[in-house]
Write a protein that binds this ligand. Structure first.
Ligand SMILES: NC(=O)C1=CN([C@@H]2O[C@H](COP(=O)(O)OP(=O)(O)OC[C@H]3O[C@@H](n4cnc5c(N)ncnc54)[C@H](OP(=O)(O)O)[C@@H]3O)[C@@H](O)[C@H]2O)C=CC1
Ligand SMILES: O=C1O[C@H](COP(=O)(O)O)[C@@H](O)[C@H](O)[C@H]1O
Length: 538
C-alpha cells in the first residue's frame, strides 16, 4: 500500500508539472476529437453535402429551455455542429420563429473562458432556430413539419435528430408521428428519449416494444445525463489507463463503495411528475446504477459502444435483486430555520396530502460475481438535504499487520484509505492517505492527494447535455442506454418498488435541509460501513 501511495503521489505531482505541455496537446488523447466528429458529420454522401436538423419536441418546456437549447448553442460556439444545420422547436404552444428565438435567447450563456464574440455568435445561432406548432399525436402536423424541414435541407442529404423533451405519456405518439411523417428521406433519423423509461420492468418493456414498432434499436438514444458528466466519463479512463487502480479494483482490496447524491432543494414545481416516480426511480435506478455499472464492469474488449454496453449489461445482470430489508426510505417535512420556513414535500399543491412517495432512499446492493462478491455498494439519494453533491466513495480494507497501528489507532475509517470521485459540484478526485506529520516525532495524520479540477484545468467543464447531444449527432452510442441494459436495471429494483407501494411503507420523515433519515446509518452499520460524507475529514 505504501508503494501504491508513493507512486500515486509522484504521478499527481508529475501531472501538475506537465500542465502547460498538456494545454498545447489538448485533445491529443480523446477517443473522438471534436474536430473529427465534425468532419464525420460534414462528410459528403455521393458527392452531395449533408445537413443535420435537430428538432426539439416539447420546445416550450423546462428541460428544453434550461438544458437543450443552451447545450446546442455551446456546441455551436465551440464549432462542433456541422457546417449546415438547422434547429427546430416543436410544441403545442403557439409561437412564431421570433418568439422562440426570444425565449431561447434568455437562457443562452457563454462560458467564462469563451466570451469573445459571444453576442454575435448568439445572433448567428438564433438565426438558425425555427419553430413549428403542432400536436404530439398529429400525423398532419408532423407532415407540415417535414415540409418545413425539407425547405431548410434544400436538397442536401438530410439527417434528422428528434429530441423528445416531453412527458412520458406522449413519447410513443410523438415517436410514431416523427418516424412515419418526418423521417429523413436520405440520411439517418435518430430519436433521443428522455427518462423516465417506464416505472417498472413491465412498463419499461412495453415502452421499448412500442418504440420498436417505429424505430430500430440503433435509432433510439435513451439519455441518462449522468453518463455525460465529466467525472463519470472519466471513470473508465481512471480505471483502465492507470496501472495503479485496476489491480486494487476488487473485493480483495475494496471494503465498500458508496454512491451519494443529494440536493439542497425539494421537488417544488416538479411535484406532479415526482410523486408518480419517487427518488428510487428518479435517481437510483438510472443515474446511480449507471455509475455502478461503469465502476464495476470488467475491462471491455474495446472502447466501441457495444463492447462497453455488453460489459455493463453483464455486471447489472450479476447484481442481486434488491431486498426490502436493504432499503430505507424517507420523505422531507417542513422546517423553519431562523425566519425562513421551508415547505414539506406534501405542502406542494401538486402532491397529494397523504403521499408516501420517498424523496430520500438508501440501499445496499451486491454484485454476485468473482470480483465483487460480498462488497456492499451503498447508495444514498435525497432531495431537500443539507447540501448539493454527487460523489463516488471507495473505502479500502485495512493494511494487514500495519506497522503503524499504534500511531493510527483503532478507528478503521481513520486507518484505511478512501478514494473519492466528486462528480459535482467542484469536480475533484482525491485519495485520503495516512501521512507522517513533519517533525521529529512520529505522528500520523490523514491527508488528501487532491486533483481539484478548477485548480488543474483552466477550461470550463461542458454540461453533460453538450457531450450527449454531440454524440447523438455523431451516432456515438457509448453513453446511451441499450434496451437490455434497461431491462437489467429494472429487474434489480422492480420487486422492491412494488413491495414499497403494495405494503404502503411509511417513509421516515426528515426535516428540510437536514442530513436525511437516521435509518440510513443503521443500514450502513449492518454492513460495517460508515457513510464517508459524514466523516470529519471528508
Ligand atoms: N426538467 C428537468 O430538469 C428534467 C426533465 N427530464 C425529462 O425530460 C422530459 C421533459 O421535461 P420537462 O421539460 O420538465 O417537461 P415539461 O412538463 O416542461 O413539458 C415539456 C412540454 O411538453 C408539453 N406538455 C406538458 N405536459 C403535457 C401533457 N400532459 N400533454 C401534452 N403535452 C404536454 C408542454 O408543451 P406544449 O404545451 O407547448 O405542447 C411542455 O412545455 C420529461 O420526460 C422529463 O421527465 C429529465 C431530467 C430532468
Ligand atoms: O434526472 C434528474 O436529475 C436532476 C439532477 O441532475 P443534476 O445534473 O442537476 O445533478 C434531478 O434534480 C431530477 O430530479 C432528476 O429527474
Amino acid at each position: 500500500m505504501h508503494k501504491f501511495v508513493g507512486a500515486l503521489a509522484s504521478a499527481i505531482s508529475a501531472v501538475e508539472k506537465e500542465a502547460p505541455v498538456r494545454k498545447l496537446k489538448e485533445g491529443a488523447f480523446s477517443v473522438t476529437p471534436p474536430e473529427e466528429q465534425k468532419r464525420a458529420i460534414d462528410s459528403n454522401i455521393d458527392g452531395k453535402k449533408s445537413t443535420v436538423t435537430i428538432t426539439v419536441v416539447g420546445a416550450s418546456g423546462d428541460l428544453a429551455k434550461k438544458k437543450i437549447f443552451p447545450a446546442l448553442f455551446a456546441l455551436y460556439y465551440e464549432d462542433c455542429l456541422p457546417e449546415h444545420f438547422t434547429i427546430f422547436g416543436y410544441a403545442r404552444s403557439k409561437m412564431t420563429d421570433s418568439e422562440l428565438r426570444n425565449m431561447v435567447s434568455k437562457t443562452l450563456t457563454c462560458r467564462i473562458d469563451k466570451r469573445e464574440n459571444c453576442s454575435e455568435k448568439m445572433e448567428e445561432f438564433l438565426k438558425r432556430c425555427f419553430y413549428h406548432s403542432g400536436q404530439y399525436d398529429s400525423q398532419e402536423n408532423f407532415v407540415e413539419l417535414d415540409k418545413k424541414l425539407r425547405e431548410h435541407e434544400a436538397g442536401r442529404v438530410s439527417n434528422r435528430l428528434f429530441y423528445l423533451s416531453i412527458p412520458p405519456n406522449i413519447f410513443v405518439d410523438a415517436v410514431r408521428c416523427a418516424s412515419v411523417s418526418a423521417s429523413a428521406a436520405s440520411g439517418w433519423t435518430r430519436i433521443i428519449v428522455e427518462k423516465p423509461f417506464g416505472r417498472d420492468s413491465e412498463s419499461s418493456a412495453a415502452l421499448t416494444k412500442s418504440l420498436k414498432q417505429y424505430l430500430t434499436e440503433d435509432q433510439i438514444f435513451r439519455i441518462d445525463h449522468y453518463l455525460g458528466k465529466e467525472l463519470v466519463e472519466n471513470l473508465s479512463v481512471l480505471r483502465f489507463s492507470n496501472l495503479i487502480f485496476e489491480p486494487l479494483w476488487s473485493r480483495q482490496y475494496i471494503r465498500n463503495v458508496q454512491l451519494i447524491f443529494s440536493e439542497d432543494f425539494g421537488t417544488e414545481g416538479r411535484g406532479g411528475y415526482f410523486d408518480h416516480y419517487g427518488i428510487i426511480r428518479d435517481i437510483m435506478q438510472n443515474h446511480l446504477l449507471q455509475i455502478v455499472a461503469l465502476f464495476a464492469m470488467e475491462t471491455p474488449v474495446s472502447l466501441d459502444a457495444e463492447d462497453i454496453r455488453n460489459e455493463k449489461v453483464k455486471v447489472l445482470r450479476s447484481m442481486r435483486t434488491l431486498r426490502i430489508d436493504d432499503v430505507v426510505i424517507g420523505q422531507y417535512k417542513s422546517h423553519t430555520k431562523g425566519n425562513v420556513s421551508y415547505p414539506g414535500y406534501t405542502d406542494d399543491k401538486t402532491v397529494p396530502k397523504d403521499s408516501l412517495t420517498p424523496t430520500f432512499a438508501a440501499a445496499a446492493l451486491f454484485i454476485n460475481n468473482a470480483r465483487w462478491d460480498g462488497v456492499p455498494f451503498l447508495m444514498k439519494a435525497g432531495k431537500a438535504l443539507h447540501n448539493r453533491r454527487a460523489e463516488i466513495r471507495v473505502q479500502f480494507r485495512h493494511v494487514p499487520g500495519n506497522l503503524y497501528n499504534r500511531s493510527i489507532g483503532t478507528d478503521l475509517d481513520m486507518a484505511t484509505n478512501e478514494f473519492v470521485i466528486r462528480v459535482q459540484p467542484d469536480e475533484a478526485i482525491y485519495l485520503k492517505i495516512n501521512n507522517k506529520v513533519p517533525g521529529l516525532g512520529m505522528r500520523l495524520d490523514r491527508s488528501h492527494l487532491n486533483l481539484l479540477y478548477k485548480a488543474r484545468y483552466l477550461k470550463e467543464i461542458p454540461d453533460a447535455y453538450e457531450r450527449l447531444l454531440l454524440d447523438a449527432i455523431e451516432g456515438e452510442r457509448r453513453l446511451f442506454i441499450r434496451s437490455d441494459e434497461l431491462d437489467a436495471a429494472w429487474s434489480i429494483f422492480t420487486p422492491v418498488l412494488k413491495e414499497i407501494e403494495e405494503k404502503k411503507i411509511v417513509p421516515e420523515y426528515y426535516p428540510y435541509g437536514s442530513r436525511g433519515p437516521v435509518g440510513a446509518h443503521y443500514l450502513a452499520a449492518r454492513y460495517d460501513v460508515k457513510w464517508g460524507d459524514l466523516g470529519l475529514d471528508e
